[in-house]
Design a protein. Sequence first.
Length: 190
Amino acid sequence: MKYGLYTRVLHWLLAAAISLQMLLSLVMRPPHPGRVHTAFENLTYDAHRYVGVAVLAIVVLHWLLFISGNAHKGWGHFFPWFSRARRTAVFDDIKGLLRLRIENPEQQDSLAGGIQGLGLLVGTLLAASGLVLFLGMAADGAMGATVHAIAEFHSFWGPVMWGYLGLHVGAVMIHLLAGHRSVLNIFRAS
C-alpha cells in the first residue's frame, strides 16, 4: 500500500495525539465544584484539554483531505455503508475473517477501511464535544445543563475509542504475525 505524504503525516499525528489523549484520560481528573485538585490532576486535565484542541485541528485537516478528494482510496473506502458493492466487499471480508482467513491487507481491506472511517467519526465526536467542554466548563468544573449533557456524551465515546484502538492495534499485530508487513507502510517516511 502506498500512501500520500498528507495521509501519512495526519495518521502519525492522529495516532500520537489520540494515544496521548487516551493515556491522559486514565490519570486525569476533571474539576468539580468544591473539590480541591492536586497539581498533578490540574496538569493532566489541562494537558488533556489542550491536546484535545490539537486533535480537533488534526481531525478537521483529515476531513479537509477527504473533501479535497485526496483521501487514500476515496471516501467510499472509509464509508462503504452507502454503496451496495462496497458493503458486499465488507461482508466478504467478514466472512473470510470468520473462516480465519487473514489475507494480504492490500486485497482484504474493505472492512479495515470501514472501521477506520468509524474511528475517524468517533475521534471527531470526541474532539468536537471536548471543544464544547473546553469552552463551556468553568475552571472549577461548573457547567450548565447543556454542557453537562455534552460532558455525558463525551464520556460515553471514550470507551468506544478504547475499543477502536484495541481493535486497530490488534488487527495490525495479527497482520504482522501473518507476515503482512505492508500494514506498516502508513508509518514509512517515503
